[in-house]
Design a protein around this ligand. Sequence first.
Ligand code: G1P
Length: 266
Amino acid sequence: MARKPIVQYVVEELVANGVEDILFVTGRNKSSIENHFDSDPELTRLLKQGNKHELLAELEFEDLEAHFFYTRQRAPRGLGDAVLCGANFAGEQPVIVALGDSILGLNAQSRAVSRMAELFDVKRASAVIAVEEVPREEVRHYGVVEVSENADGTLLVSRIVEKPSPEEAPSTLAVAGRYAFSPLIFDMIRRVKPDKRNEIQLTDAIQMLCEEGKRVLALKLPPEERRYDIGNFPSYFETFVEFALADPAYGQDFRLKLEKLLARTQ
Ligand code: G1P
């Protein structure tokens, strides 16, 4: 995305929100992620020798105060199954789940994850889910929650539906790629039956939490912390352009180029 790989934005966001131990659940042929987050002394040395300060600055993330762990989901059996790969990593601790195809806030500036963790603790929740308003015709791409507002303003989730039609959707609040879970979620995932495509849906496990009367809360993202969905081409293109326009070094020039391009291709 613009200057950095998307996964780097996600990691920087998590670290800025106080997450210290990060487990990547990847698939076959994704060892590039491990290499990316490893330090590269040879490259650093060459850049220093060549006085390439701008490029050196781009490697600063290698010094991030975080520990990285890696595991693989051995077959694409759905998001629930991928999350279950983190069960031993989590042990008895609560976890944040962050989907790699979503960036929160322009340049990942969001602090929603910190607020989710706080809400999780204060309200002794079993899950806190980041949600955002989407146009009704887009609900079919997301998990959608039914909520009621508590007296203190928190949103209590009573039901969650995966990728409903606009008519079936219980609201227009879509799950936005960040979750805080108690380890109870792993027990639920183990009980979920695979769907028609033989995938274990995380949404089904969350629905079980609701059915068992566990406290599942939603945290609504404000517009300035909106989710950039990189999981489909139209929204990927839009995100790239928005991030490029905001680039402190190149944004201004890019704007002029874009204006010319738009005028030419009208
Ligand atoms: C997944 C979840 C969905 C959520 C979405 C957010 O869907 O199943 O509930 O709203 O991520 O990006 P996927 O994008 O994997 O189809």
